[in-house]
Design a protein around this ligand. Structure first.
Ligand SMILES: [Zn+2]
Length: 248
C-alpha cells in the first residue's frame, strides 16, 4: 500500500462522517419550523374559537333587543285596546297583538338557540385552550430535545474538523490536491475500495496487474479507477491476505 494511502482513507472517512452530520444538521431548521407551525395552528384554533364566541354574544344581544321590542309592541297594543271606541278597531288591534306574539315567540326561539350554541362555543373555547397548553408543553419539550441533538451534532462535527486537521498535517499536499480534485467531481467521495477485483464505487473491473500491484504490501504507487478516476485501495485484511497467499 502507498505509504500515504492510509491518511487518504482516514481523510475520506472523516469527510464522509462530516458530510453525514452536516446532512443531519440541515434538517433542523425545518424541524424547528414544524414545531412553530403546530403551535401557530393551535393558537389559530383558540383565536377562531374566541372570535366565534364573541360574535355569538353580539348576536345574542341583538336577539335580546328583538325580544324586548316585540314585548314593548305588545304592551303598547294592549294599552291602546283600552282606549278603542269601535269593535272594528278592537279586532284590528287583537289581530296585531296575535301577530306580535307569534313574532315574539319566534324571536325567543332564536335567542334560545343562540344560548345553546353559545354553550357549545364555550366548550370549544375551553377545549382549544387545553389544546394550546398541551401543544406549548410538548413543543417546549421537543424544542429542547432538538436543541440538545443539534449541539451534539455540532460538537461531533467540530471533533471531526480537529481530526481532519491532524490528517492534513501528515498528508502530502499533492495528494491532498488530487483528493480534493476528484472529490469535487464525485460528490465528496474521492476514494473507492476494491472488492472482488472491482471498483466498489462504479462497479467496473480493475485490470489484473493493477489489482496485483495494489495488493502488494510494498506498493508505493497511487492507482486510479480507469472508469471513475477515484483513488483505489484494498482493505487492510485483503492486502495482508494477498501477501500471505503469494508466499509459496
Ligand atoms: Zn470506479
Amino acid at each position: 500500500m502507498h505509504p500515504s494511502l492510509k491518511h487518504l482513507i482516514a481523510l475520506q472517512s472523516v469527510d464522509r462522517r462530516a458530510a453525514e452530520l452536516r446532512q443531519q444538521l440541515s434538517s433542523f431548521p425545518a424541524r424547528f419550523a414544524e414545531l412553530e407551525r403546530q403551535l401557530a395552528a393551535a393558537r389559530k384554533l383558540l383565536d377562531d374559537s374566541r372570535a366565534a364566541l364573541t360574535k355569538s354574544l353580539t348576536d345574542r344581544k341583538t336577539l335580546e333587543l328583538d325580544v324586548e321590542q316585540w314585548k314593548q309592541r305588545i304592551r303598547k297594543y294592549k294599552d291602546q285596546t283600552a282606549e278603542v271606541k269601535s269593535n272594528e278597531a278592537y279586532r284590528a288591534l287583537q289581530h296585531e297583538i296575535a301577530q306580535a306574539e307569534i313574532e315574539l315567540a319566534r324571536a325567543e326561539d332564536r335567542l334560545l338557540e343562540r344560548m345553546v350554541a353559545a354553550e357549545e362555543l364555550e366548550r370549544q373555547l375551553r377545549e382549544a385552550e387545553r389544546t394550546l397548553r398541551a401543544a406549548e408543553a410538548s413543543a417546549a419539550a421537543e424544542r429542547s430535545q432538538l436543541e440538545a441533538e443539534q449541539v451534539n451534532l455540532e460538537r461531533a462535527l467540530a471533533a471531526l474538523a480537529d481530526e481532519r486537521e491532524r490528517v492534513l498535517r501528515v498528508l502530502p499536499t499533492d495528494l491532498l490536491n488530487l483528493y480534493q480534485k476528484i472529490a469535487r467531481k464525485h460528490g465528496g467521495v474521492a476514494l473507492a475500495e476494491v472488492r472482488e477485483e472491482t471498483c466498489s464505487a462504479c462497479r467496473v473491473r480493475i485490470r489484473p496487474q493493477v489489482y496485483q500491484e495494489l495488493r502488494r504490501p510494498d506498493n508505493d504507487q497511487i492507482f486510479h479507477c480507469e472508469s471513475c478516476t477515484r483513488i483505489l485501495y484494498c482493505a487492510e485484511h485483503d492486502a495482508a491476505g494477498v501477501a500471505h497467499s503469494s508466499t509459496p
